[in-house]
Write a protein that binds this ligand. Sequence first.
Ligand SMILES: [Zn+2]
Ligand SMILES: [Zn+2]
Length: 63
Amino acid sequence: MSLSVRDLRWCPECADERAFETPPCEDGHGLDCLDLSCLDCGFALVVGVLVDDAPVVVELAAA
Ligand SMILES: [Zn+2]
Ligand SMILES: [Zn+2]
C-alpha cells in the first residue's frame, strides 16, 4: 500500500493531461484524502468530498 496515488488527469493550469499525486494531507484525511496536486505545476484538485449530507462539490483551488 502506498500513500501516494498517481493519476493522469486534466490540469487547468498546464492545459494538458498531467500526472497528479496525492499531496501530504494537512486536513487529517489520511488514506481517504481525495486531494490531488499536479506534479508539474502543483495545481490542487479536489476530486470528491466525503460528506454524507452535502452535495458533491468539486472544488478548484490554485496553489
Ligand atoms: Zn486531505
Ligand atoms: Zn499542472
